[in-house]
Ligand binder design. Sequence first.
Ligand code: RB5
Length: 152
Amino acid sequence: MKIAIGNDHVGLDYKNEIKKYIEEKYGYEVINYGTDSKDRFDYPIAGEAVAQAVVSGQADRGILICGTGVGIGLAANKVNGIRCVTCSEPYSALLSRQHNNTNVLSFGARVVGIELAKMIVDAWLGGQFEGGRHQRRIDMLRDIEKKQGKEN
Ligand code: RB5
């Protein structure tokens, strides 16, 4: 499993900690698309980079961190084929995998503590898409993209 990870300046410390956590606990390769500086960095750059890595197949899934997780998650969701969940607790992270087949997770370094962030990551990485009736709804999401002529 390859995980693309991205962040702005606010998410830098969390990026480093979460990257190390995933590598050590799961043995997954974590590819860094975020900034490694505390200088101001515009979150859409990292959100798009991680999203493109996922839709192109360079990574299986993506994790994004900014101050709230909102801006960087919005950027990712602008890329067709991305289903990014922004959440601050493990329940939504798990259900977003089981029901929504999310391929990107975002959260906020100013919102959740680092240990809660790890619990969110665990729930999200461990969740398996259940298919069935949920697949039909995912297909409907794709239909929305197609209607705009923007399907990947
Ligand atoms: C940066 O100040 C902040 O706006 C950003 O990290 C994020 O929270 C945006 O959604």
